[in-house]
Design a protein around this ligand. Structure first.
Ligand SMILES: [Mg+2]
Length: 275
């Protein structure tokens, strides 16, 4: 197990409560993917699920724990990285939903797809080396991790994006060396988490995430547990040494120290429900 840099809020200090959550009826793991289950990779296509997290999630799934993934990736992309019929996949920050290996997406998606296509056609970052534009159907992500001067390039990208996204009814939000572009209507990882909890009748939820967009899910889970006597849940904030939202501690319940520690945590949870 990793060293504990977060004192009393490291998950390993709360194993009794966490065990009671994972062994409860209708329990679930709801997780982000990049930076939580997979390591960051300079190429958006390079991310792979941590092998120990994968085997732990398979064991939890077999034991009857509901698994849902909520990611900024397109749902089909997310599914391809960890394809399981039993898992619910929310792609594009909640705009797309897959279950049983099939598409079940949001009815508003046509106008969103058209706006993203128009945006991608209008963008030109050819003068900014290392910038990668990733169209994802309903959303898009602009990556600048490979740029020689990322902080400056991040601002330049923002200034070019804003006039276009404002006119197209889109919004932008920052991530780890990325700008995400999404439709302006209020769908986010929080609304995705709420719909999984309600649809599956969950009574006990452990959410894991590391980035700004995950804070919405952490807040929704906290509000739902406060307002519903029959729902318990905690959020695990995954900490990276040089990046991540500075106010993560205000939103999560406990911490994990990077993706290896997430693998330790999921393996420990799987041992709790061993059948
Ligand atoms: Mg992430």
């Amino acid at each position: 197990m990793s060293e504990d840099p977060h004192g009393e809020r490291h998950w390993s200090k709360h194993t009794e409560y966490l065990k009671s959550l994972i062994t409860a009826e209708n329990s679930a793991i709801i997780s982000d993917f990049d930076g939580t289950l997979s390591a960051f990779d300079p190429r958006p296509d390079g991310a792979r699920i941590h092998h120990r997290s994968q085997s732990a999630l398979d064991r939890l799934n077999e034991a009857g724990v509901r698994i849902a993934l909520i990611s900024g990736r397109a749902a089909a992309d997310l599914y391809s990285r960890f394809p399981r019929d039993e898992i619910i996949y929310y792609g594009n920050h909640g705009f797309e939903r897959w279950r049983g290996g099939a598409d079940g997406s949001n009815p508003d998606e046509d106008s969103a797809r058209a706006a993203i296509t128009t945006l991608i056609d209008a963008l030109d970052f050819s003068d900014l080396p290392g910038v990668i534009t990733e169209p994802k159907g309903l959303t898009a992500t602009i990556h600048y991790r490979l740029a020689p001067n990322p902080a400056e390039v991040g601002h330049t990208i923002e200034h070019r994006l804003r006039p276009l996204t404002d006119s197209l009814g889109l919004r932008i939000s920052p991530g780890q060396m990325i700008w995400d572009v999404k439709p302006a209507e209020p769908i986010d990882k929080g609304t995705a988490l709420r719909s999984v909890v309600n649809e599956c009748g969950l009574r006990s939820v452990i959410f894991l995430g590391d980035d700004v967009t995950d804070l919405d899910a952490m807040d929704v889970l906290r509000d739902m547990t406060v307002n519903a006597a029959d729902l318990r849940g905690v959020s695990i904030g995954v900490v990276h040494p040089d990046s991540g939202p500075p106010d993560l501690a205000d939103h999560c319940t406990y911490f994990a120290d990077g993706i290896d520690d997430v693998a330790d945590f999921l393996t420990w949870l799987a041992d709790c429900v061993r059948i």
